[in-house]
Write a protein that binds this ligand. Structure first.
Ligand code: KG4
Ligand code: ZN
Length: 375
């Protein structure tokens, strides 16, 4: 049986399709981003997302097949994101995937989007000839999720050989996801949407700019491995409100964005050292919190590997800090490439593979599950 799987992803604002062989060889990966559609609203508008997915799904799948140099009939299975995500958006991919599977007479595999992010790490590791040791601790950190899992091989009888993984949730955000905090802080500073990439680069450009404010570690009652980012976002908001001098430069940047000048090189000259210092302090606080809690979990469980995935895993400071901390702790840290960190369908096809091997298949009754849990 061919093990080339077509993955389909439509849970949020990326319409994506990819073909992956044996769960690890990427034959094609196509991502149509909707950022330009949602930008003027400063976030994803669910109705617009569904409509865009409908427009994009057919050409995106076609392109993925063309890039892989394959015909639909040569596929071994179709893997589709079942959730979590926006229900209308998910339904587009699911309906398309179901129809395709039925028409071709191919197996259909339902994939949890979060498990896809975990598999993005394995896809990358395979490309670079490394393999994370399991059990591991995995941080998934994106615009919609900030969650920490213990990951191990499935030990349920009969399924060991399939490569299935099993998960235990160790902690999660109580409020905003880390990427959401990036997006909200960028918006209030007049830096456009999405916020992560631009804040990442501005923080790097802050150099020795004095800190206009310091943000202490976030305390959460109860589970010490839970995260919280809304307090930090509010602290940035209050700081900006209390200091009128931020007003005019925020306004200038909003005007620049309005004119379409949203590149780093265009926005950097419109940022005072005070703003750069603020952005750096914000990023320091987010990175410290993500790294400290993840490493605390890894040390507590005595694992050898730490996996980090999701859009925020593209952050340069997060990567560097994890590398340093893991080295000191004698652990290895694994990230996907930047392209595999953000939403894509290669990770969905990769996650579908062990499920296909274990015979865990979906049928025409498959429905979207907006709050599907991994553990
Ligand atoms: O995984 P993803 O593409 O979609 C979700 O499932 O949410 O993640 C998108 C999120 C956005 O919030 C974006 O601001 C953030 O990832 N992001 C970053 C960086 N690149 C993207 N955050 C921090 N630093 C980055 N370099
Ligand atoms: Zn995602």
């Amino acid at each position: 049986m061919s093990s080339r799987i077509l993955g389909i992803e439509s849970s949020c604002d990326e319409t994506a399709a990819a073909v992956v062989a044996d769960g690890r060889e990427i034959l094609s990966s196509v991502v149509a981003s909707q950022i330009d559609v949602h930008r003027k609203y400063g976030g994803v508008v669910p109705e617009l997302a569904s409509r865009e997915h409908l427009r994009q799904i057919v050409p995106v799948v076609r392109e993925a097949m063309a890039q892989a140099g394959m015909k639909l009939g040569e596929l071994g299975a179709i893997g589709v994101t079942q959730g979590p995500g926006l229900v209308g958006a998910l339904l587009v991919g699911i309906t398309y995937g179901k129809t395709l599977a039925a028409a071709l007479g191919k197996p259909l595999v339902a994939v949890n989007h979060l498990e896809g992010h975990v598999h993005a790490v394995f896809l990358e590791a395979h490309k670079t000839g490394r393999q994370p040791n399991l059990p591991a601790v995995c941080l998934i950190v994106s615009g919609g999720h900030t969650v920490l899992y213990a990951v191990k091989r499935e030990s349920e009888t009969g399924r060991e050989g399939s490569g299935l993984l099993s998960y235990r949730k160790l902690g999660q955000t109580r409020d905003d996801a880390a990427g959401e905090a990036y997006d909200k802080v960028a918006k209030l500073l007049g830096l456009g949407y999405p916020g992560g990439p631009i804040l990442d680069r501005l923080a790097n450009a802050a150099n020795g700019a004095p800190a206009p404010v310091k943000f202490g570690p976030t305390k959460t009652r109860g589970n010490p491995l839970d995260f919280s980012f809304s307090g930090l976002k509010t602290a940035v908001l209050y700081h900006v409100r209390e200091h009128a001098e931020y007003g005019p430069e925020i306004h200038r940047r909003e005007e620049a964005i309005e004119r379409g000048e949203r590149k780093f090189e265009e926005l950097l000259p419109l940022c005072t050292p005070q703003t750069l210092g603020l952005v750096r302090e914000f990023q320091n606080a987010v990175v410290r919190d993500l790294v400290e809690r993840t490493m605390a979990a890894a040390e507590e469980l005595s694992v050898g590997s730490v996996l980090v995935s999701g859009g925020v895993a593209a952050n340069s400071q997060l990567r560097e800090t994890f590398e340093k901390r893991a080295k000191t702790a004698g652990m290895e840290v694994f990230f996907p490439s930047r392209a595999l960190s953000t939403d894509n369908a290669a990770m969905i096809a990769a996650a579908a593979y062990p499920r296909l091997r274990a015979g865990i298949l979906a049928d025409v009754t498959l429905n979207a599950d907006p709050s599907l849990a991994l553990a």
